[in-house]
Structure formats: structure tokens, C-alpha cells
Design a protein around this ligand. Structure first.
Ligand SMILES: Cc1ncc(COP(=O)(O)O)c(C=O)c1O
Length: 470
């Protein structure tokens, strides 16, 4: 009889628990006794059974609760395969540059600068000030806060020669990082299935954004002096493309900067095909021996869609960037932004503006130039010493990376995993090619943590490479 009552209570509570949120408190023993007209001993027995099944847990002196972590069952999501069918584009593994690694490894794979290269004092003060003001409680317009739009427009306007109309603040759309800007731009300017020209090699995130937008990537070879305008014209002609994605300043991964004469030549090709250049000026603040000169400064006819980011130079936590575009292209991108994320946090926009308008920002930028130069030179000389068979085709005039060519036939994936086992994380160059890699490359970032260990890192890569070649 007693066992029957206990089973009845177990059944009833099991149903109750199945619909309750983890952490919900069960009715007290006294309540259960009266609700089920059973003795306290019977109720306790039922509770013990459910505890044994892992459905509830007693917290002495507090009560009994639905368990936070339910017992794991092997899940079968096979039905989703039937519902989803094939993905529109291949789902790629996590890019090397985004990987988090333990502190004790030598990390040469990263995409974002180490905290010691950021204007930390300015960032902290700006966030505190922003939190005290109205921005903490207000929504931004979709295109961004007018003061920040003006700042981005002024920055590009400062490089614009006389005779060209500088961008207006209303041409600017503030973004939560330029990565989401790339997705919006590709979605807005290139119809699914249509071609998009890209330098090769180029930024893996742009390749990914293009794939996700369902556009067809057409690579255009690009070297230490940028793409050949004749080759670019041929690619426009053959593919029928109307958009060319490029990084004229300190390209990721090569660090290449286009010579100024190329700016006009590329613009001429682009104009003659009635096309757009999407200029990704991601490393505008990372000049070392030169300064970034945007191609967009020479265009007032809406052919250049210009992207500038502050996430790497101000702080990865202040995820603020902007796209500057004119005419219907700007309207299309704005419509996409509205649908995608509606607006960017006012707090982050105010903080970003606060940082870049402080006198300390310019001082920081001058110091950063020197720090990047010594880090770049340190890593480059370590590579020359420990990887004599490899070649750094160009010591980059800016940016954050060395692009290293390995001996022909090097098994790069194997080298990457051998290095990782020895505590050095590097990125395979293959991720930066929209089609087949043009050779065996690795990308080494000199803006990551602990430059004192660059030599040791290069030594490990050199030894792993020597073993592979042998
Ligand atoms: C060339 C290039 N464009 C865009 C981005 C994305 O930057 P953000 O942090 O502004 O999204 C990166 C980041 O590595 C990059 O290298």
C-alpha cells in the first residue's frame, strides 16, 4: 500500500519536473504530504527516488530543486539533416585567426593585437564616461550617432584632394565591426550566384562572408605591389562582375600596400566597367614605415565603398567600424543593416568617439608605430635565422602580419599540427586563398602576446620544417 502511494507521488512529480525550469523549487514536504494525502515517510521515499534518477536535488536547509544539469542522454539530431538538406556553402572549420589558446603557448596565429598595443587607459576612461551619460540608456539611429558619422567622414575627407568632393557625414553607416559590414555589402551589391572579384590571397573573413552571401568568388592575383590592372580588367570582362573587394593598404595577409599610381589605374578600370571597389581599410591605424592612403579619397562618384574599423586599433571590445558609400549603394547597405541588427550600441559608439578624439590618441598612435616596427623586425629576423629555407617576400610597410613562403612541396597542415604539439600556434596560408593556394604559405602575426618568445617560436617552426623536409 505504502509503495503504491510512493509510486503515485513519483509519477506525479516526474510529470511536474518535466515541465519545470531547471532550478525551480519543489513544494515543501508538508505541502506534498497534504496534497497527496500520504505520510512524510512516503513523500521522503518518493523524493529519494527522484534524486536517484538525477531529476531533483536537495539543498540542505534551503529546499529541493529541479536539477540544473539534467542527466545527459546521447542526442539524435538526425531529423535536422532531413529538414536542412545541404548547406548553401560549405561549413568551414573555425579559422586559425579566431582560435583561443592557453596562455603558455607561443601564439603567432592571432588576428587581433595584444592588449599591450591598445590605448588601454583611454579605453577604460571612455567607457566609464560613456556609462555615466545618456548613451547608456538610449538607442542610436540605424546609420549611427551623427557625431561619430562626422568623425569617420572627416577622417576620409582629410585625405581627399582638392577638386574631389569629400564624403558627407550622411554617407557614413556605423557598423558593429567591419566583418558584419562585409556581409552586408556583399549581400547588398552582389546578387546570389553572381561573381565577386577578390584579390588572391585575401582576408579569410571576406571569403567566408562572400560564401555565406551565396556569391561566386573570382580570384584576381595580387602580389607585393597589388593587382595588375590589365589582369583586373580581364577578370571584369570575363566574369561580368560589378564588384571588386580589395585591401590597398597593408593587406591581410601579405602586408602589401598598393603604390599610389595603382589607385588611379584601378579606379579607371572600375569606372570603365561601371563597377564598385569595396576598399577594406582594416589596418588604417597600423602604418609602420608608411601611412595608409585610401583609394576612396580619389572617388566622389560612388564607385568606392569604403570600410574603416576601430576594433583592432581602439579595442576588440569596442566593436565599432563604418562603411562610407554614396547613392543607391548606400541605401541598400543601410536597409540591410536595419534588417540585420537595427543599430549599434550607443554606449560603444560614444566610447569609440571619445577615444579617437582625445589628444592621447595621436600620442598612442605614434608609440604604436614604433612598437609594431620593433615587433615586425624581431619576428622577421627570427624567421631569417631559424627558417633559412623560407622566404618573407616583403617586409610589410604596415599591418600585423608576416606572410612566409615555405619550400615547394611543404606539407603545411602537417607543419601547423607539429608546431602546435610543440607549443607554437601558427596559421596555414591556405585559409587566405579563395581558390587553390598559389604555394605553401604560413601567416605569422607579430602583434600577439609576448614578443620576447618570437625567437623561440621561430626556432620551433624551423625545427619542425627541417624534420618535414628531411
Ligand atoms: C582585412 C580585414 N577586414 C575586416 C576584418 C574584420 O574586422 P572587425 O573586427 O572590424 O570586424 C578583419 C579582421 O581580422 C580583417 O583582417
Amino acid at each position: 500500500m505504502k509503495n503504491d502511494s510512493s509510486a503515485r507521488i513519483v509519477g506525479s512529480l516526474r510529470t511536474w519536473v518535466s515541465t519545470a525550469a531547471p532550478g525551480t523549487r519543489l513544494p515543501s514536504t508538508r505541502e506534498l504530504v497534504s496534497r497527496h494525502r500520504a505520510s512524510p515517510v512516503t513523500v521522503q521515499r518518493a523524493l529519494r527516488t527522484l534524486t536517484g534518477e538525477g531529476l531533483i536535488e536537495a539543498r540542505p536547509g534551503v529546499g529541493t530543486f529541479v536539477r540544473e544539469a539534467r542527466i545527459a542522454r546521447p542526442a539524435d539530431y538526425g531529423w535536422q539533416t532531413a529538414a536542412l538538406r545541404s548547406p548553401r556553402s560549405r561549413i568551414e572549420p573555425m579559422p586559425a585567426a579566431l582560435r583561443s589558446t592557453p596562455n603558455d603557448v607561443i601564439a603567432l596565429h592571432a588576428g587581433y593585437p595584444d592588449a599591450e598595443l591598445l590605448p588601454a587607459r583611454l579605453v577604460r576612461a571612455a567607457l566609464t564616461r560613456a556609462a555615466r551619460g545618456d548613451a547608456a540608456l538610449t538607442r542610436s539611429p540605424v546609420a549611427g550617432l551623427p557625431e561619430l558619422q562626422s568623425w569617420f567622414a572627416r577622417e576620409l575627407g582629410a585625405a581627399t584632394p582638392a577638386g574631389i568632393t569629400p564624403p558627407a557625414p550622411s554617407d557614413v553607416i556605423v557598423l558593429p565591426g567591419s566583418q558584419s559590414g562585409l556581409s552586408s555589402i556583399f549581400r547588398s551589391l552582389v546578387a546570389p550566384g553572381q561573381p565577386l572579384l577578390m584579390e588572391s590571397p585575401t582576408y579569410w573573413g571576406a571569403i567566408l562572408a562572400a560564401q555565406q552571401a551565396g556569391v561566386r568568388v573570382v580570384p584576381v592575383p595580387s602580389g607585393p605591389t597589388g593587382p595588375d590592372p590589365a589582369e583586373l580588367a580581364r577578370a571584369f570582362e570575363e566574369s561580368g562582375a560589378r564588384v571588386f573587394y580589395a585591401q590597398p593598404n597593408y593587406a591581410n595577409p601579405t602586408g602589401a600596400q598598393w603604390p599610389v599610381e595603382l589607385h588611379g589605374q584601378v579606379l579607371e578600370v572600375v569606372r570603365s566597367y561601371g563597377a564598385f571597389v569595396v576598399e577594406d581599410d582594416w589596418a588604417h591605424d597600423f602604418g609602420i614605415t608608411t601611412s595608409a592612403t585610401p583609394v576612396a579619397a580619389h572617388d566622389d562618384a560612388g564607385h568606392v565603398v569604403y570600410l574603416r574599423s576601430l576594433t583592432k586599433s581602439v579595442s576588440p571590445s569596442i566593436r565599432v567600424a563604418a562603411v562610407i558609400a554614396r547613392g543607391p549603394a548606400r541605401e541598400r547597405i543601410l536597409a540591410d543593416r536595419g534588417a540585420e541588427s537595427m543599430y549599434v550600441s550607443s554606449l560603444l559608439q560614444v566610447a569609440a568617439l571619445e577615444v579617437v578624439t582625445q589628444p592621447g590618441w595621436r600620442t598612442h598612435q605614434r608609440g604604436l608605430r614604433d612598437q609594431l616596427q620593433s615587433r615586425r623586425d624581431l619576428l622577421a629576423s627570427a624567421v631569417r635565422e631559424h627558417l633559412p629555407a623560407a622566404a618573407v617576400e616583403q617586409l610589410p610597410p604596415g599591418g600585423l602580419n608576416l606572410w612566409v613562403r615555405l619550400p615547394d612541396g611543404t606539407d603545411v597542415p602537417r607543419l601547423v599540427s607539429d608546431c602546435e604539439r610543440a607549443g607554437v600556434v601558427i596559421a596555414s596560408g591556405a585559409e587566405w586563398f579563395p581558390a587553390e593556394p598559389a604555394g605553401p604559405f604560413i601567416r605569422l602575426n607579430y602583434a600577439g602576446p609576448n614578443p620576447a618568445r618570437f625567437g623561440e617560436g621561430a626556432q620551433v617552426i624551423g625545427a619542425a620544417l627541417a624534420r618535414l623536409v628531411a
